[in-house]
Design a protein. Structure first.
Lengths: 354, 354
């Protein structure tokens, strides 16, 4: 049994590999050849007033790779007010001011636990790669300009993915914090070899682009319908960033999973500020027959039918098969490079069964 | 982070400790002071014809103990025919002919992973202890005679638990395999210090006892209504063992969880023989307003109201809080005895968060 760290994942795993893994796996999933246990979140009070404990799990199995993945996180969370709005924040409460989020990979053919590693880096890569495959099947072929709202931890892998599926020549970045958007632009320009320009408003980032990515922490809609133009592809991680009028301008909408929200198990009578806002009631009513990306990749429904359509891919809720797919590729690469620390496999096996 | 094995659990954990932990935790749960993510099972084909891969998770958090538990299993399964009926069988497919089932305990106050250990021994203890608490609140006070159907891996801890909550003086055991019931009787008599008698029929085991435990692998009902007598307490792990007419004779029915069955996620269009039979349609229709043991322990509903009532506790479906409760006690005992192998905690933590 091998234990890896985030640096191992970063060193071994490229966006191209992630894009291939997600595409292949979504094709399988769309054809009924992969399966998930949906994400479930459990919430309890924390000994310290104003904090909460959150435990999340999701799983997925991809027979093509002979891999089943479990992803879990065990977190202390708080709800501080940042720049006038409250946000959900994970507190680094574990020893050494750290967080806990883990991926475990299991071998389908014999059941054994192959490896355990933190989810931090791979999490971003699988989210980015999935938005990338969304754009591959839904954006216009000649898409070259990208606008992005947000410069936080999901933004970088979103841009890596867009550059992996289209010949991108220009990127505009808006986030409310000036320092953040400048630093992010410099970093991404270096990493991608594409011009990345920080801009002073959301409107400026959205106007005249072929692909709009929303990847912010905002708790309110960021877009206006008049900023969109025909032929655009829009992609978000959370639907809250899109207002209802903008939503009405989308000609084609595809989602990552059929679930509107994770399964939620709070302790009885227990409520935290509603920050992880799912699909709105309006959105749900308007699109009762929601289609998912796997159906597009498997060729069951079209991604885009006309050049002037405005398409939308909502990259939520996450699926366990994303971790199985990207994790399987990482595991093989890491093994071939001799990465990881070894723990005897039989520590995690038993001679009893239940 | 500590890794334990089944022997550590067996050496450190007594049934009395498990009974206390389950009772305390069920009282909390009945008062809304503990929470679960329900059990979910995922199923895929296996590379070898006739076999399947099954991945199961369940979680629970008990703030009283500052513990959150995840229990998972990763198994290759087959459906051989044994003594004329098919059974679900876990194949020891992992290296060294082993199985994989794990419990992981997390600290609510800081999120860290405290320990990992196999679920084999603890699994039986938590099932036994829960049936024990069912009997504590539902059996008549003077219950002294126990009949048990089955001599397999759940039967032993069921008897340990009954002896932990009532002054048991005589036990009768029936299972279809003569050698099994004799060997089991000898072993349990030695372990419990109570007379344990193997008997030649289910009827003989059921007649004139105060507590009937069904803990077999049978795929068909084992009981007949005329074998019951007033004042009896009956407890099962799976409802299939009780036929509908017997069911109609129960005056009071309590279940372990509100779920009728685990959440089930098979790969599309995919079916295995239906062996893990849940609550029957008949049973479900007859008891739409099912009550759970936690409500009894918390004093919200009565366990038994009259000496002549026939009571029934169905110990399914399992709950994550059972693992949190019994796991928390085991962890403290194991720590105080210096058990386990240590792995650096920071291998399972990260400086990124998602």
């Amino acid at each position: 049994m091998l234990v890896f760290d985030n640096d191992d994942v970063k060193n071994a795993l490229s966006m191209d590999v992630c894009l291939d893994a997600i595409e292949e796996t979504y094709r399988d999933y769309g054809q009924g050849q992969a399966v998930n246990i949906p994400r479930a979140d459990m919430l309890t009070p924390h000994p310290q007033e104003g904090y909460f404990y959150e435990f999340k799990t999701m799983s997925g199995a991809v027979p093509r790779y002979d891999i089943c993945a479990l992803r879990l996180s065990s977190s202390v969370i708080g709800f501080p007010t940042v720049l006038g709005t409250f946000r959900k924040e994970k507190v680094p409460a574990a020893p050494g001011n750290r967080w806990l989020g883990l991926i475990m990979l299991y071998r389908i053919s014999n059941g054994e636990l192959l490896c355990v590693f933190p989810d931090g880096y791979l999490q971003r890569m699988r989210v980015g790669a999935t938005s990338g495959i969304g754009a591959k099947y839904m954006a216009v072929e000649r898409a070259a300009r990208v606008g992005i709202l947000g410069s936080g931890f999901q933004a970088g892998s979103q841009l890596m993915a867009m550059c992996g599926v289209r010949k991108i020549t220009e990127i505009k970045v808006y986030s409310p914090n000036r320092d953040h958007r400048y630093a992010f632009s410099v970093e991404m320009e270096r990493e991608l070899g594409v011009a990345v320009k920080p801009v002073g408003s959301a409107e400026e980032a959205v106007r005249d682009v072929d692909i709009l990515v929303t990847a912010s922490n905002a708790m309110v809609p960021l877009t206006k319908p008049e900023w969109l133009r025909p032929g655009m592809h829009v992609t978000s991680i959370r639907p809250i960033e899109i207002d209802d009028e903008t939503f009405d301008r989308f000609d084609r909408i595809v989602k990552n999973s059929v679930e509107a929200e994770p399964l939620y198990y709070p302790m009885e009578g227990f409520k935290t500020p509603d920050t992880d806002v799912g699909w709105s009631t309006y959105q749900r009513e308007r699109f009762p027959q929601l289609r998912i990306l796997a159906e597009v990749v498997a060729g069951k429904i079209p991604g885009r039918q006309k050049p002037e359509e405005i398409t939308y891919f909502l990259n939520s809720v996450g699926l366990g098969i994303q971790f199985a797919a990207v994790g399987a590729k990482f595991y093989d690469l890491a093994r071939s490079r001799g990465l990881g620390k070894e723990i005897p496999t039989d520590w995690f096996l038993q001679t009893l069964h239940t």
